[in-house]
Design a protein around this ligand. Structure first.
Ligand code: NI
Length: 131
């Protein structure tokens, strides 16, 4: 195995500016720990096979979700809050500004297995970039 150097989250966040363009800060087993700056509307999408974990590092991060009946609600998260979007759940993040940490299987796309509508220019459809 390879022993990685420690990563400071503050330094890592300061090393890039793009929003909704996650950087991989660590990989453990077959999971990534990713961080991202957040601002504006993301896109409705679904991860069919995996839950998605969020921790708000700074600011505010909201997650609109649709339940099995199609009813929408918005989970408002601020610094220190954690939330898990269950697999198969339609969700659309949005943010007035902030940063988040995500925990999800390596290879998971930011825009899911399927999405609704156009992907905004400020949303990077990716499985994460190296720092
Ligand atoms: Ni997602």
């Amino acid at each position: 195995m390879t022993i990685s150097d420690p990563v400071n989250l503050g330094d890592a966040l300061a090393s890039f500016d793009e929003v909704y363009s996650p950087r991989i800060v660590a990989t453990m087993n077959d999971y990534d720990v990713r961080i991202a700056h957040t601002l504006g509307e993301h896109v409705w999408h679904v991860h069919e096979d995996t839950d998605e974990f969020f921790l708000v590092l700074e600011g505010q991060f909201d997650v609109a979700i649709r339940d099995a009946n199609g009813d929408e609600s918005v989970v408002v998260l601020t610094k220190g809050d954690t939330f898990v979007v269950p697999k198969g759940t339609e969700h659309k993040p949005s943010s007035p500004g902030g940063s988040i940490l995500m925990f999800e299987p390596s290879g998971t796309s930011t825009t899911g297995d399927r999405h609704k509508g156009e992907i905004p220019d400020h949303v990077d459809s990716t499985s994460g970039h190296q720092l």
